[in-house]
Write a protein that binds this ligand. Structure first.
Ligand code: UDP
Length: 196
């Protein structure tokens, strides 16, 4: 897809449905784990000073334009983005498709109990949705290998990682090659929102 580059971060110009359909298509047809990210203006500020994070974003399969600040920044560069592609609006659409296609979602991140609560709420709301597993986001890095085994054994197809930026992007990039999920997405504070 077409991209706009802001502070040397490439952001894809997609509608929300193009973004969701792309994720589902990748999940069903991908051969390896593809990394996706949402970028808002806070993320751009971090990326400006953090080369590793910036490069990780630029290696993502797609980077979604999250929030009106990104839209405004694009406008200043004479580029009109099609849509505000944020996690809060995307999750219900993703869950609906995942339920229909029988694709399992694993929730990794946030404080203890939050991912479980979000999982309960989502499973109540979306008939037939499989949440393959959950884990909080306050684990020691030495636990990552064991955690990956758990995620792989869960049979999940989609992994949502809510550790905040840039930690979630670093975690996905580091473990992408060993993950069996077809899609891994950094989602920031999303589980906190859906746990309520
Ligand atoms: N978080 C985590 N582990 C950490 C640090 C943060 O799981 O070591 C979680 C935190 O509980 C919250 C999310 O990551 O659910 C970060 O949310 P925030 O809105 O601050 O991130 P952003 O959306 O700005 O990236």
């Amino acid at each position: 897809s077409q991209c706009v580059s802001i502070f040397r971060v490439k952001i894809d110009n997609l509608t929300m449905s193009e973004a969701v359909n792309g994720l589902i298509h990748q999940t069903k047809n991908g051969h390896a784990c593809a990394h996706y990210a949402f970028v808002n203006t806070d993320c751009l500020n971090i990326a400006y000073n953090n080369k590793t994070y910036r490069e990780t974003l630029n290696h993502c399969q797609q980077v979604f334009a999250d929030g009106s600040g990104i839209r405004l920044a694009s406008k200043l560069l004479q580029f009109t983005l099609k849509d505000n592609v944020n996690g809060t609006d995307m999750l219900p659409l993703l869950c609906e498709q995942a339920a229909k296609e029988q694709l399992g979602i694993y929730l990794l991140g946030a404080k203890p109990q939050v991912a479980e609560q979000a999982a309960n709420n989502l499973q109540k709301r979306f008939q037939g949705l499989t949440i393959s597993g959950t884990h909080d986001g306050y684990f020691d890095p030495s636990h990552s290998e064991q955690l990956m085994t758990q995620i792989n054994d869960s049979g999940a197809h989609i992994l949502l990682v809510a550790l905040g930026a840039p930690l979630q992007e670093a975690w996905i990039a580091k473990h992408q090659a060993q993950l069996k999920v077809k899609v891994a997405v950094g989602v920031g504070g999303l589980f906190d929102f859906y746990a309520n």
